[in-house]
Design a protein around this ligand. Sequence first.
Ligand code: KG4
Ligand code: ZN
Length: 362
Amino acid sequence: MKSTYILAIESSCDETAAAVVRDGRCVLSNIISSQIDLHALYGGVVPEIASRKHIEHIIPVTTEALKAANVSLAEIDAVAVTYGPGLVGSLLVGVGAAKAIAYAAKKPLVGVHHIEGHIAANYISHPDLEPPFLCLIVSGGHTHLAMIEDYGSCRILGRTHDDAAGEAYDKVARAIGLGYPGGPKIDRLAKEGNPEAVAFPRAHIEGSPYDFSFSGVKSAVLNYLNSCKMKALTGETRHPANMAHAGEEDYLSYLPEGITQADIAASFQAAVVDVLTMRTVAAAKAQGVKKVAMAGGVASNSALRSRMRELCEENGLCLYYPEPIFCTDNAAMIGAAAYYEYRRGVTHDWTLNAVPNLKLGE
Ligand code: KG4
Ligand code: ZN
């Protein structure tokens, strides 16, 4: 059978990315131009800067993706692009470029849901994985537990009521002075800390066993830091070993004896990992599925991966997650998702527009 080549473009947040994917599973090129260093100066993504940088990078990155794959535009079967959800100015750059390329090269256009892309990243790393399976989607903007019933078809079992898991990582990282992007920094530092040092809350949502809430644990960290400061200022505790950090990171100088920045990172992470893993395994059991996957930037978290592995083993579940490079934003995952859309005849016309709040499973 003739192979299908998809040129995919992703620009929903702060990564300008393009990739060429063969038959949905084989990545021939995966080019990512990250703006992380630029946004780190401001402590988070600045939308206006992001869209300007996408404009600068989109054509070089796309050209590079074709070149690295050694595939010409004429050999491409379809052009795929993320059209939502994401930052509107960022999405528009990718959508505009994909439409122009597809129109000029007379190729079909396939608009892809960003989260469908994250889920499809698993197809790249696990050529044998096929639906149905349960998927925990944990990114900077989304936290969902979903049954993937078929390619491109999912049923949401649970979602976050407030912050996404990655958002909580980023906010807590900022609060404890680690900077942006917080997820990988907390992941690294937590390895040196005691996850039981501080008992942060594990939120349960009454009547919604598979939903999440992360604003509580984030506030608990902030409250903990404030209460340490209050106690220290009223003379109860102040650990001299932490004094060296005073001025650099104000709160560090107020931590009680024996508690470090790494302990707070590890304790926060333990609370997040606990709820993510326990709810996922409970949902898998209730749904009677044996295959569990993870997707999104937070799926590259080492503590989440290892705890989920343990729990899945204990419960006879088979666990899948993408390689780290396919967990965070990339275009290869968009090409993988697009392949299954294209295969069942889904294409878009030139009216395709960016949809910043595109919903999943609706
Ligand atoms: O999927 P992604 O690249 O973008 C969105 O679609 O949102 O996810 C980015 C999020 C950020 O919040 C980042 O801090 C988090 O994923 N992240 C991590 C790790 N790597 C990225 N969180 C925890 N541990 C990591 N190793
Ligand atoms: Zn993403």
